[in-house]
Design a binder for this molecule. Structure first.
Ligand code: CMP
Length: 138
């Protein structure tokens, strides 16, 4: 089933000029870029984006990191996009991520883990509405 998902190239990857390489991987896989923007999270928008983690001990570190500089947000479309993109990015803890995945190839951190991708349809709707405010739930 063709569906959409959201990815965010995080400040560490943006600073290391990995954005082009990361987007290429999704295009090479067959996904289509439907929306793309460079974006600076405000503290409020970051807290909304990561509200599922509000009670976690790392929440403030996570918010501080994502607002620390520019990110690139992208809506991708293609077959089974939500799960396939999650497989392509690899484990949250980059040092555990399999080689061949994006985190496995480019990162070593947990907070600084290169890229975010929506983990469900509900997360996609919520997260894409934070960044691309005109989008609505289907
Ligand atoms: P992301 O895919 O953006 O979704 C939530 C983020 O929380 C995750 O990537 C990590 O950057 C961060 N995260 C998850 N677990 C931890 C942890 N144990 N310590 C610090 N940050 C974490």
């Amino acid at each position: 089933m063709s569906e959409q998902t959201l990815i965010v190239v995080k400040p560490d990857a943006f600073a290391r000029k990995l954005t082009g390489k990361i987007l290429s991987r999704f295009e090479e896989k067959g996904f289509v870029i439907k929306e793309l923007k460079s974006y600076n999270f405000s503290k409020e928008k970051a807290e909304e984006f990561y509200s599922a983690h509000k009670s976690k001990p790392f929440f403030h570190e996570l918010v501080s990191f994502i607002i620390s500089s520019k990110v690139v947000a992208c809506i991708l479309e293609g077959e089974n996009a939500i799960n396939t993109v999650r497989l392509m990015i690899g484990s949250t803890r980059s040092f555990d991520a399999q080689p061949g995945t994006i985190r496995g190839d480019y990162g070593l951190g947990i907070t600084e883990n290169i890229i975010h991708a929506s983990d469900s349809y509900e997360s996609f709707i919520k997260e894409s509405n934070v960044i691309f405010d005109s989008r609505k739930s289907k």
